[in-house]
Design a protein around this ligand. Structure first.
Ligand code: DP6
Length: 332
């Protein structure tokens, strides 16, 4: 595959944040369309961003993807090209495209990047194709590439409700980025590439006998978490986000085949978080589909949490982020 940059044709660049879910998306009502089986709630991460440039070029024979200056092939590239097909179909466009992405966070750190990547890709792709889409349509477009990407399109704190149909399954902002100065400190314990990614994991969720109970109780956790978030009440929200993450991991561990994302270091940080709280530091954890632990606190406590996390020998690095805005079209 050629790594050259296209020089003709419509082109657009968008920049987007990753996000961390307080109430998790795990399992789909429609796996192919990524229609979530339960509602999720998240915060955009201002300091973990990806910029994507999409350039439709009649001279190209095939789509091209360059990630952080390296030409990409295989599954990662196919997933992006399939997403471009959605844009082409909608715009009635046949041209192939070159896609160039840059992330500002270490890609080897085991931090999920699909949310930032597909939200940036949706906004840049739609603009390059000459489509004028609403924020809801852009969020739904991002969702088709990666479910969590739907939540990176709107501003600040976002919800994505369950069981919509293709066009009405999108995320909306429930509060702007400046609503509450929360901080996510990601305690990185492993940067290994996971053997089963989120997409495969979602497909296994229904094989866990616990998923029915999780789905039956998800709306309740979502409603309580949302109310606490709007009230800026971390003491109420914290235990809900911890429970929701652990319940999701219980589904993973009891799926067939099981997915064990936790390592001993993960559990060590879970215990440490409870101890830090007992010592007076208001901090709570959440964990995505990997072993790294996201420590959530108000910004005024971030330095103390950072120091506490770094004091654990198993923590290799700590990435810090405040609350971010929605996807921005940088250049069109
Ligand atoms: C654990 O959005 O990464 O981070 O749609 O297959 O790309 P795909 O899955 P993805 O799943 C996110 C899983 C999670 C929880 C969350 O972000 O809600």
């Amino acid at each position: 595959m050629s790594a050259k940059l296209s020089t003709t044709g419509p082109k657009a660049t968008a920049s987007s944040c990753s996000n961390i879910a307080f109430i998790k998306y795990w399992g789909n009502a429609d796996q192919q369309l990524r229609l979530a089986a339960s509602p999720s709630l998240s915060m955009n991460l201002a300091d973990l961003t990806i910029t994507a440039t999409v350039h439709f070029d009649p001279a190209l024979e095939q789509d091209e993807l360059i990630m952080n200056d390296v030409p990409a092939e295989g599954n990662a590239a196919e997933r992006v090209f399939t997403h471009l097909d959605w844009v082409r179909r909608r715009a009635g466009l046949a041209d192939r495209a070159s896609v160039i992405t840059h992330s500002n966070f270490p890609t080897g750190a085991g931090i999920a990047s699909s949310a930032a990547a597909f939200s940036a890709l949706a906004v840049a792709g739609a603009a390059a194709a000459g489509l004028s889409l609403s924020q809801a349509e852009l969020s739904a477009l991002a969702r088709r590439g990666s479910g969590s990407a739907s939540r990176s399109v709107p501003d600040g704190f976002c919800q994505w409700l369950a069981n919509g149909s293709d066009d009405d399954s999108y995320a909306t902002s429930i509060a702007p980025a400046d609503h509450w100065a929360l901080c996510d400190l990601v305690a990185v314990v492993s940067s290994e590439h996971k053997q089963v990614g989120s997409t495969g994991g979602h497909g296994l969720a229904d094989t866990s006998v616990l998923q029915t109970a999780r789905l039956a109780s998800a709306q309740d956790r979502f409603a309580h978490c949302k109310a606490a978030l709007l009230d800026k009440d971390l003491a109420t929200m914290g235990p809900i986000i911890e429970a929701d993450a652990v319940i999701m991991h219980a589904i993973m561990m009891t799926s067939r085949p099981p997915l064990y994302y936790w390592t001993p270091a993960t559990l060590e940080i879970i215990h440490a978080t409870a101890q830090w709280r007992a010592d007076g530091l208001p901090v709570y954890f959440t964990i995505d589909a990997g072993p790294n632990v996201h420590l959530i606190c108000e910004a005024g406590y971030a330095d103390q949490v950072d120091e506490a996390a770094r004091s654990l020998p198993s923590v290799k690095e700590v990435l810090r982020s405040g609350v971010g805005s929605g996807t921005q079209l940088v250049e069109a």
